[in-house]
Design a protein around this ligand. Structure first.
Ligand code: ADP
Ligand code: ZN
Ligand code: ZN
Length: 724
């Protein structure tokens, strides 16, 4: 008899174990397909992970139940993706079903209610000449037109061009034949992209290119470390060209949706239709179609954000992770996988290389390049001999002394005015969205907070209301203090929207664009803002950190950073590293074709992260930061994981973590800290506690963390999440 091993989707029954079912007469089933099976007294869906061709009844403890239905005609999972899911489970202490669901697009997951439909369209598939006489002028024209087109031709288009009644007559006369045909939703229109011309490499780029070619021969992972504007993209694009020419495929990952328009433009502009795009803003249908396009082998290059690493390519020749240091490559929720690890695994499977590209590599990656685990490839000068931007650090305390209470230092204002006069562009980074960060009473100090979360509310001018950024809560702006009834309740703090207004007041004629989460909530809005700015239809781009990375606007000669300390003050051992990266990246947006300047406003001008960023000194920063990491025993000197427990009562959350703490504290291989409230301890009336683990032995710890998951996932009051 034939049986299948199935991993089922039963939230209350998590395990990495498969269950056996009997294949029935006439069922065609393969590994990687989805099936409907009985489980307890229910029907559930699951993935087939194995098939036993000649199983014996004696092999099983119980009488096997049958597979009710096979849901696919073709497997949705390749052998490789199943193995990758297993690896993901090990790396994140997660369950197999969750790993598989994470890898697949919504349309191919199991247990989903809304099915994603295959889109069809009526297409003209045949045109029969001679049926329509020339005297039926319009109809004749339509036939003539179709004879000059490549079939199938969209019937909808034809109706638009020649009217519906004309097409109807053609159909009735039998002059054309139409058919419903499947169409794949496209996510870009390749004809609107200008060609992105291949550039002859500079000497420095050529050296890097050759080093990468050599590294690729042996399938080595590499760090491509080049200052901002050194032309790293061109180098790896030409590598990809070579990969595609050899018949293989490539994946290019970008950290954030904000960067995809530019990357898509460059790749489609050079490689045309061979490019698929996968990112979180696609609809389920679009994502499904991109996935199928890739699966059918019609795509050579996949460009996308984090989850594009799971693209079902079958013959990968190169994986590029652009801005590899970016924190978005780490998934926050379980399975909390690290895209860089997934990339290394797939590269190993395909015997190809991964290129980690960055101007500011993460400490972990740079440290690996130092000990030759990654091949180090450096480009240390900008394209066309351009200088690095000059960076001025402005001490905002001195502005206060000079009685300048505005958000802008005098130097920054002067520089903006100068660039506006010269018709050059400006980027201003302000790491805070919204209008004002909070509402505070001047008399009693009361700050209006969300009733559900431990977080102050933010005023949004567009709605004229206070919003919570963590839950849905909104409320009107209070007229008097809810605490002491004083009328002196005021908006404090500043956000991108407020900044934009203040800027407009200073420079009434300037055309200002804003890019933050509020202005980019709609599909295509990143692209629109990007296009407007690069077509020189705006003078100043104001934005949150999403404008800091990678973007290449040749006409920008001034970059201003308004609250450089924001990132530094964040309670995280990576805070200095993040601040250094952000400042280096954003200054790097200046002067990509002419000399540029960056102005950093800060209250901590002497902080080493700011000082090294101002000097473009990655090495210096690395040395200093490594000393601190070593001293305090933080990565890359060890691994860290965090455990989070969330519950409706703080006590329950704490108790669970404390029990775990007791369990782990005698393990000599693991250093565990006592549970503490999470940074925002209450969100939507759910309380979160967390505790930190440090360890060197990854395998041992991961195994223990997996056991922990097994033991506590069923805890019905507290949810436990692990981030490795
Ligand atoms: P990076 O990613 O290293 O910051 P980019 O790849 O964005 O740099 O390149 C910076 C600019 O230099 C881009 O506008 C790019 O088109 C241009 N560029 C890259 N390589 C060359 C080259 N070999 N010759 C001329 N221009 C180049
Ligand atoms: Zn008050
Ligand atoms: Zn809230």
């Amino acid at each position: 008899m034939r049986t299948v091993e199935v991993i089922v989707d039963v939230p209350a029954h998590q395990t990495n174990q498969t269950y056996d079912y009997l294949i029935q007469e006439g069922q065609r089933v393969e590994v990687g397909m989805r099936v409907h099976v009985p489980f307890g007294n229910r029907n559930v869906e699951g993935f087939v992970l194995g098939i036993k061709e000649d199983a014996q009844e004696a092999d099983f403890k119980f009488a096997l139940k049958p597979v009710y239905a096979v849901l696919d005609e073709e497997p949705v999972l390749t052998h490789e993706l199943i193995e990758l899911a297993k690896y993901m489970c090990e790396q994140t202490a997660s369950f197999m079903i969750n790993a598989l669901q994470t890898i697949l697009p919504a349309a191919l997951k199991v247990g989903r209610k809304q099915a994603v439909k295959v889109k069809t369209q009526e297409m003209v598939v045949r045109v029969i000449d001679g049926v329509v006489q020339p005297k039926a002028k319009k109809q004749f024209e339509a036939v003539e037109f179709l004879l000059g087109q490549r079939l199938p031709y969209s019937a909808t288009e034809l109706r638009k061009q020649f009217s519906a009644p004309i097409v109807q007559s053609l159909l009735q006369k039998g002059a054309i034949v139409t058919e419903e045909q499947e169409v794949l939703r496209s996510v870009y229109n390749s004809s609107v992209y200008e060609e992105y011309v291949k550039q002859p490499l500079t000497a420095a780029q050529q050296v890097a290119f050759d080093a990468i070619s050599a590294g690729r021969e042996s399938g080595q992972a590499m760090l491509l470390h080049g200052v901002t504007g050194s032309g790293k993209t061109e180098v790896y694009m030409q590598q990809i060209e070579a990969v595609v020419a050899s018949g293989k495929q490539a994946i290019v990952l970008v950290p954030e949706i904000a960067l995809t328009p530019q990357m898509v433009q460059r790749f489609v502009g050079r490689f045309g239709e061979a490019v698929a795009v996968l990112h979180s803003r696609l609809s389920n249908g679009e994502r499904f179609d991109q996935w199928r396009l890739i699966e059918r082998g019609e795509v050579k290059i996949v460009v996308g954000t984090r989850s594009a690493i799971f693209a079902p390519l079958t013959d990968i020749g190169l994986i590029v992770i652009d801005e590899e240091h970016d924190s978005s490559y780490k998934q926050e929720n379980m399975p909390a996988y690290d895209t860089r690890e997934m990339a290394l695994w797939r590269a190993d499977f395909h015997h190809c290389s991964v290129i980690f590209s960055s101007a500011t590599p993460s400490l972990e990656t740079y440290a690996r390049a130092q000990v030759d685990r990654y091949l180090y490839v450096g480009i240390h000068e900008r394209i066309a001999g351009l200088m690095m931007p000059e960076v001025k650090v402005i001490d905002m305390r001195e502005e206060l002394h000079a009685k300048n209470l505005s958000m802008f230092s005098r130097d920054l204002l002067a520089a903006i005015r100068d660039r506006l006069d010269k018709k050059e562009q400006i980027i201003l980074l302000f790491n805070r969205r919204g209008y004002a960060t909070f509402v505070k009473c001047r008399e009693c100090g009361y700050v209006v907070e969300c009733p559900n979360c431990d977080i102050s509310l933010t005023y949004h001018k567009t709605s004229n209301k206070l919003h919570c950024h963590y839950c849905e809560h909104q409320e009107p702006l209070p007229q008097t203090c809810p605490n002491c009834t004083s009328p002196y309740i005021k908006l404090f703090g500043q956000g991108t929207q407020r900044l934009t207004e203040a800027l407009q007041q200073e420079f009434p004629d300037a055309r200002i664009l804003r890019m933050d989460r509020d202005t980019t909530s709609q599909k295509g809005s990143h692209q629109a803002i990007f296009d407007t700015f690069s077509n020189l239809e705006a003078d100043i781009l104001v934005g949150t950190q999403m404008i800091a990375k990678g973007l290449d606007f040749p006409n920008v000669t001034l970059v201003g950073v308004l609250a450089a300390d924001q990132t530094l003050n964040f309670p995280d051992f990576r805070a200095s590293e993040r601040a250094f990266q952000l400042l280096t990246q954003v200054s790097g947006r200046a002067g990509r074709q002419r000399a540029g300047t960056a102005i950093i406003q800060t209250y901590m001008p002497d902080h080493y992260a700011i000082q090294f960023a101002a000097k473009h000194d990655y090495q210096g920063f690395y040395q200093e930061e490594m000393k601190i990491r070593k001293q305090h025993y933080y990565p890359p000197y060890c691994h860290v994981s965090s455990l989070k427990a969330t519950a409706a009562s703080a006590k329950e959350a704490y108790d669970l973590l404390f029990a775990i703490y007791q369990e782990f504290k005698d393990d000599e291989a693991i250093q565990i800290y006592k549970p503490v409230p999470a940074l925002i301890a209450r969100v939507n009336n759910q309380y979160t506690y967390q505790c930190l683990l440090k360890y060197k032995d990854k395998k041992h710890t991961l195994a223990r963390l997996y056991d922990l998951q097994q033991k506590y996932y069923k805890h019905n009051k507290v949810s436990l999440s692990i981030s490795v």
